[in-house]
Design a protein. Structure first.
Length: 159
């Protein structure tokens, strides 16, 4: 924003929220990739704290569409690009169970002190000025990510 204001450089600013999908780093420490990798490896899904903290998750193609609309538009931003649908960590673990292994165990570990209780983007500005909002639900996108992770973890085998 400083370049935009001070040097009149044309910029676009996106504030990107949790994004998931194929080709993510398997062991990147993000909650979706952690849960998917743990379930595929037959490890318990690790939920920190009571599992009631919320996050929102957008599929990668939704993010790309939002970025393209931002770049093609005339508005600087910042624009929140994310999915406003909230899931508790426990709900996310259950969606991963439903997708991969209904018998996957869930274990609880102490939470970190700085873990925010709620994260939910307000995408009103992106909807109004970019005509953008996410279209892929977690239950639609997660299986695509699982297929990719399964291939990379196990090769071409199913498990």
């Amino acid at each position: 924003m400083d370049y935009h204001r001070g040097a009149q450089v044309e910029v676009r600013i996106a504030r990107i929220f949790n994004t998931y999908g194929p080709r993510m780093c398997i062991d990147d420490g993000r909650v979706v990739s952690n849960f998917v990798a743990q379930a595929l490896r037959k490890e318990p899904l690790t939920v920190y704290g009571d599992g009631k903290q919320t996050r929102s998750f957008q599929y990668v193609s939704d993010l790309v569409e939002g970025l393209i609309r931002l770049m093609d538009g005339e508005h600087v931003g910042p624009f929140n690009l994310g999915n406003p649908g909230e899931f508790t960590m426990l709900e996310l673990a259950k969606v991963v169970q439903d997708t991969i292994d209904p018998n996957a165990a869930i274990v609880f570990r102490p939470n970190t002190q700085d873990d925010p209780h709620k994260r939910k983007p307000d995408i009103t500005k992106a909807k109004e000025l970019l005509g953008w909002e996410p279209t892929v639900s977690l239950r639609q996108g997660l299986p695509l990510m699982v297929t990719d992770f399964r291939k990379r973890i196990f090769g071409d085998h199913d498990s």
